[in-house]
Design a protein around this ligand. Structure first.
Ligand SMILES: *Cc1c(COP(=O)(O)O)cnc(C)c1O
Length: 384
């Protein structure tokens, strides 16, 4: 399926259309192939640490007065769900005979997960990153280099993710024969949103089995944070046809204020409008001229001006409820989980934790703990 209702599609330069066709064909060919499936499983389990636990957080449950389970994606190798996707796509690249994977990264989390997958599968890895982001995320730049990736600084434009994406696309156009472009969330032109969603669906499949084992029933609600939307889509997908409330929580606050150039939040599902971004029609943060607004969030992984087209569609149909949480409330939740459960959550995941206390979230809840917060400790310490 190339489109999700009015969203999705392939808004890509003509020269890339054959590459997108090749990718779609290869994915169809390999996704159910026994050898590919077995090899992917091997890496997810023995390298990545899957399955991740579904943990009954007793002290948080008492605090929130509902029964709360945490899906522990923070325990995946690398500290977040991102590896589920990068291992899947890097393996696909290998099956397609590509020798080189390229990616772009903002905060460096996707770049690091790509570098890990590239290293373990023996693929040359190149990561594009804005120079401003490199300055802010020195640690991740160093980690990517340690893992054998080449990090290419992008000093054009705003020197951030936007410009890194442009450079990565330029590279892909020039080297499409031996190069695989590895996208980090359920965004981009078809078939990327579907491929990334499929690779992240392991989260929801495990959750379903685990909650049935522990509770003998499905949860009332599932809560996940949404930047591009991949951890949310991954846990939601196996529950779409069930009587389970699904909440996608974005970075919000400040009354979702927008000006000519800046959105003081990163809530594309809650406050975005239809437009085209990074190869797909979806909900985006834009001004009246259709220019993309710079977005803000304390959580680097949520700081994106668009959202995956499939998630945008599910919000329009009402199946998924879009909500938002301010930086302040996410920070509170960051501290609450750290103290009550001995788990320092990623600031992204803290948005989901913060929303769980709201009345519309049911009594038996699964929160997708998309990542661990070690990467955010410095940020939080700097605020005090
Ligand atoms: C990247 C990231 C996110 C946001 O990405 P999605 O595609 O929306 O899942 C959320 N949490 C963590 C820990 C991340 O690293």
């Amino acid at each position: 399926m190339k489109k999700f209702g009015r969203y999705g599609g392939q808004f890509a330069p003509e020269v890339l259309m054959p590459a997108l066709e090749e990718l779609a064909g290869a994915y169809e060919q390999h996704k159910n192939d026994a050898k590919f499936v077995a090899e992917l499983r091997h890496y997810l389990e023995d390298f990545g640490g899957r399955p991740t636990p579904l943990y009954h957080a007793k002290r948080l449950s008492k605090h929130l007065n509902k029964k709360v389970y945490l899906k522990r994606e923070d325990l995946v190798h690398g500290g977040a769900h991102k590896l589920n996707n990068t291992i899947g796509q890097a393996l696909l690249a290998k099956y397609m005979g590509k020798e080189r994977i390229i990616a772009e990264t903002g905060a460096g989390q996707h770049g690091t997960a790509t570098a890990m997958a590239g290293a373990v599968l023996g693929l040359k890895t190149v990561v594009y990153m804005g120079t401003k982001d490199m300055e802010r995320q020195k640690m991740n730049v160093f980690r990517m280099k340690l893992l054998g990736a080449e990090v290419i600084p992008v000093s054009s434009g705003s020197q951030t993710l936007k410009d890194a994406i442009n450079e990565a696309l330029r590279d892909w156009v020039a080297n499409v024969g031996d190069t695989y472009y590895l996208i980090g969330s359920i965004v981009g032109p078809h078939p990327y949103p579907t491929i990334v969603r499929d690779f992240q669906t392991v989260i929801g499949q495990e959750t379903r089995e685990q909650i049935l084992g522990k509770e003998g029933r499905l949860p009332d609600s599932i809560v996940a944070c949404a930047g591009g939307g991949s951890n949310a889509m991954g846990i939601f997908y196996p529950f779409l046809n069930d009587d389970v409330d699904l909440f996608a929580v974005e970075a919000g606050g400040e009354g979702l204020k927008k000006t000519e150039k800046v959105a003081y939040h990163s809530a594309s599902l809650c406050a975005g409008e239809e437009g085209v971004l990074h190869g797909a029609r979806t909900k985006i943060l834009q001004n009246e001229y259709g220019q993309i607004l710079e977005s803000h969030s304390i959580a680097p992984g949520l700081d994106y001006s668009g959202v995956g087209p499939e998630l945008a569609r599910l919000v329009d149909t009402g199946r998924v409820k879009a909500r938002n949480i301010s930086d302040e409330d996410a920070l509170d939740a960051f501290h609450v989980l750290s103290r009550l459960e001995g788990i320092v959550p990623a600031l992204e995941s803290a948005h989901a934790i913060a929303y769980t206390q709201k009345d519309d979230v049911g009594d038996l809840v699964v929160i997708n703990l998309s990542g661990r917060g070690d990467k955010d400790v410095e940020t939080v310490a700097g605020l005090k």
